[in-house]
Design a protein around this ligand. Structure first.
Ligand SMILES: *Cc1c(COP(=O)(O)O)cnc(C)c1O
Length: 387
């Protein structure tokens, strides 16, 4: 089988989904399944839906379209606050979107009205992380204007932390979000169905809080896919952290010096490299590089060390294991490595799935099992997962 490839164990993602839904459900919190790190891969999304996810969320319209067109029976939510220029396709492919700009919400309303339906929105509130969100002091004014828009249904409020500023979604922030929710409900005499407290970084808060307050929703990506929380990247008990495996192939294996010889100038990326002399070592080159993957996010499963990388090569120290040309080496991926591998058209996506799972996925995708086999075969041959 060709390399480099990323092997996706759907059964493990299904297990993680089910376990997280049960965990968060124990305190009344609903889970939205986030698919952006797998570029809206319909098989992964189907496993999520089959295990209890009712809303699939992605940051890009192309991914929402891909999942919708695959026939997934779920609601679709756009995570990234919409581009004004894309308002039309947002209204078309997303049932719900997260919003922080009145001009965009007005545009969405207009389009929804023309289509004769309502577009649901969740207003994002700035709570310190300084990515998207309305400043709390401006909220009342915006809600008041949103309430007058005929094409919009305000279904809730939300916040996003631990993304840009690295700010923790702690008890204080969550209590504040609950308070904001109650204030809006009282002032405008409405009921907000959804209070979305954050993402995979909310795990520690959830485990330690005695009262989740009004928070009844989280949007989870990384903890479903990689089985960890995201404040300290600790594994969550009972979850798989190895649903994804990167496989690369050895294209050269030789005993060579550990120190480059000759006069040192810039490397391929303009750095002045420094090396330690360890005498001659077993070195190997892998047929994968920065054009395929964020190399710094890889952890070898074998006892080898990554020495460096260029666009198309990773160089490893293979002193402790025997490798020869043609051998395959496996790696764990962190979030950014996974993101880059899934996005790269050069990395084959190989989906490991049991017949039982295949049948379930067929159900979620509304296809019969004979068709789904064919569908899998095709997506296996298709190297790109874009569009
Ligand atoms: C990506 C994203 C999420 C999911 O974050 P994870 O850390 O993967 O759980 C949730 N909300 C928004 C707005 C996002 O952009």
């Amino acid at each position: 089988m060709s390399t480099p490839r990323i092997e996706i164990n759907i059964k493990k993602i299904a297990h993680n989904t089910k376990t997280l839904i049960r965990l968060y459900g124990s305190k009344g919190i609903d889970v939205i399944g986030v698919t952006k790190v797998v570029c809206g891969n319909p098989h992964v999304a189907a496993a999520m839906v089959q295990n209890g996810i009712r809303i699939l969320a992605d940051s890009r319209i192309v991914n929402l379209r891909k999942m919708r067109n695959a026939g997934l029976r779920a609601e679709f939510l756009l995570l990234r606050t919409p581009l004004l220029s894309q308002a039309k396709s947002v209204a078309k492919y997303a049932d719900i979107s997260l919003n922080s700009e009145l001009s965009v919400i007005k545009a969405l309303s207009k389009i929804a009205e023309t289509n004769g339906k309502k577009h649901k929105i969740i207003l994002m509130i700035e709570m310190g992380d300084l990515r998207e969100g309305i400043m709390p002091s401006d909220l009342d004014d915006i809600v008041e204007q949103v309430m007058t828009l005929k094409g919009i249904e305000l279904v809730g409020v939300g916040t996003n932390l631990a993304c840009f500023g690295g700010i923790k979604p702690d008890e204080e922030k969550m209590v504040y979000l609950s308070t904001i929710t109650r204030n809006i409900e009282e002032k405008f005499n409405i009921k907000l169905k959804c209070v979305s407290g954050g993402n995979s970084a909310n795990y520690n808060w959830f485990m330690s809080t005695k009262n989740v307050g009004r928070i009844n929703n989280l949007r989870l990506g990384e903890s479903i896919h990689l089985g960890c929380e995201t404040l300290y990247r600790k594994p969550i008990p009972e979850l798989y952290t190895d649903a994804f495996t990167l496989v690369a192939e050895v294209i050269e294996a030789k005993i060579k010096p550990s120190l480059p010889f000759g006069e040192i100038a810039q490397d391929a990326f303009g750095n002045l490299p420094k090396f330690k002399d360890q005498g001659k070592i077993n070195r190997a080159i892998l047929g994968i590089g920065l054009q395929d993957i964020q190399v710094s996010g890889l952890t070898p499963r074998a006892d080898v060390k990554i020495l460096g990388a260029s666009s198309d090569h990773i160089i490893i120290d293979a002193s402790n294991v025997e490798v020869k040309t043609g051998d395959e080496l496996k790696f764990d991926l962190n979030y950014s490595a996974l993101l880059s591998a899934m996005t790269s058209p050069y990395v084959l996506k190989k989906i490991k799935v049991s017949l039982w799972m295949l049948k379930n996925i067929a159900k979620a995708l509304n296809k019969n099992t004979a068709n789904i086999k064919n569908y899998f075969q095709q997506s296996l041959l298709k190297k790109t997962s874009l569009n």
